[in-house]
Design a protein around this ligand. Structure first.
Ligand code: HEM
Length: 404
């Protein structure tokens, strides 16, 4: 290919789900600061993503977006007021106030205290499938584990997991860079159903307070200076959805990567403690969230390209994580011993750096570490990968594995 050929980001290119990385490599080399047809920009290099994510002059608040086809499309199909954004869609100081309210529950220390409970849940899940000699690693472990953990942390009632899974599945589609009108309608209907459901949960929790995050947030709401009712709702929805829609991909994609790189799997079998550090390499190699975002509030320049105020910029974390300018010639190799793997951008960077990163890593370490230890001879079934169809939260719907 020559530089004269136009190159376009195209998530519908055949084979994209199996391997988005070769397209990212082309874009990173030929057009790393990339204008999309619908008025957005995409950044493919590590340094650009890193700088933009940490730039305090940029916004995450969608209300600042101008001239984006997707933003117009979302606006045109909106079925009711959008309510308050969650902390992920708010800039300081509102962002900081909301983040402070829940951050205590997410310190590395509070999270480490959950390790024994997570181990129990993983052991139980694996005990259940062991007699069959077979597992769907996503349906039997990667999805239910984070769902159960975040439900317990929040203090949710026993939920109809499949129904909730279906709603959040539709809702997170709006995080994709390209989305159809039908998908937007389905997402908005799911979002309303989820709001109804969470509204019911919050009323129930008012009657049944306990030592959990939901009760703490309700108290903050009752002390009206700290949290409004709509803010309460969006914090709960964010924690609940972010708590399970992402970690499922870490466990699913991570296990698949190891089974497809048998030398790394064997290294983990030989040295189980390697998972403690190796989890960062799994996050780097095939990130559960492929893209984050910032919005320009004033005209700016990146690499000589002029970005206008109100422009949506997608920071392609999954491309940054494979940028040879950052990682050297081994950028595309899975290496659990990579010394600087922890510098991946899979959790974003700056003030919005993932609040749940310690929790996600803990769940990944226990789930993948225990699976490898118990089933060292496991093999992937010889079937095509079943991707979930999401461009951003790219992961598997199922991962069938024979245990021995
Ligand atoms: C492997 C799993 C996970 C990945 C890859 C991930 C990734 C991310 C990313 C990329 C961001 C945006 C950061 C930025 O733009 O700078 C984010 C924010 C966030 N994540 Fe996660 N996440 C994961 C798990 C979790 C879990 C388990 C929770 C909590 C229960 C969580 C809660 C949040 C919250 C609350 C934010 C917003 C933080 C803020 O705006 O200050 N995440 N996450």
């Amino acid at each position: 290919m020559t530089t004269a050929e136009p190159i376009l980001y195209n998530p519908f290119e055949p084979g994209y789900f199996d391997d988005p990385y070769s397209q990212f490599a082309r874009l990173r080399e030929l057009d790393p600061v990339h204008a999309t047809l619908d008025g957005n920009w995409m950044l493919f290099r590590y340094d650009d993503c890193f700088r933009v994510l940490r730039d305090p002059s940029l916004s995450v608040d969608d209300r600042n977006i101008r001239q984006s086809r997707k933003a117009e499309q979302l606006e045109a199909l909106r079925v009711e007021d959008r309510g308050e954004p969650s902390m992920l869609g708010l800039d300081p100081p509102d962002h900081d106030r909301l983040r402070r309210l829940v951050s205590k529950a997410f310190t590395p220390r509070s999270i480490e205290a959950l390790r024994p409970r997570v181990q129990v849940l993983v052991d139980r899940a694996l005990d259940r499938v062991e007699p069959d000699g077979h597992i769907d690693l996503v349906g039997d472990l990667a999805f239910p584990l984070p769902f159960q953990v975040i439900s317990e942390m929040l203090g949710m009632p026993e939920a109809d997991m499949l129904q909730v899974r279906d709603w959040s599945n539709q809702m997170v589609k709006t995080l994709d860079p390209v989305i159809s009108d039908d998908e937007i309608r389905a997402s908005m209907a799911a979002s309303l159903a989820m709001q109804d459901y969470l509204g019911g949960v919050i009323s129930w929790k008012r009657e049944n307070p306990a030592d959990d995050m939901l009760t703490a947030l309700i108290h903050a709401e009752e002390d009206g200076d700290r949290l409004t009712t709509t803010e309460l709702m969006s914090q709960v929805a964010l924690l609940f959805i972010a708590g399970h829609e992402t970690t499922v991909n870490l466990i699913g994609n991570g296990t698949r990567a190891l089974l497809r790189h048998r030398d790394q799997w064997d290294a983990l079998v030989a040295e189980p403690a390697l998972i403690m550090h190796g989890i960062d390499e799994l996050l780097r190699f095939d990130p559960p969230v492929q893209i984050s975002r910032r919005i320009a509030l004033a005209d700016m320049e990146i690499d000589g390209r002029r970005i206008e105020a109100g422009t949506f910029m997608a920071t392609v974390l999954a491309s940054a994580n494979r940028d040879p300018a950052k990682w050297g010639p081994t950028a595309d190799r899975l290496d659990l011993n990579r010394a600087d793997a922890g510098q991946h951008l899979s959790f974003g960077s700056g003030v919005h750096y993932c609040l749940g990163s310690s929790l996600a890593k803990l769940e990944g370490q226990v789930a993948i570490g225990t699976f490898v230890r118990r089933f060292p001879h496991a093999t992937l079934d010889d079937v095509p990968a079943r991707w979930n169809g999401r461009i951003n939260l790219r992961g598997l719907d199922a991962l069938p594995i024979t245990l021995r």
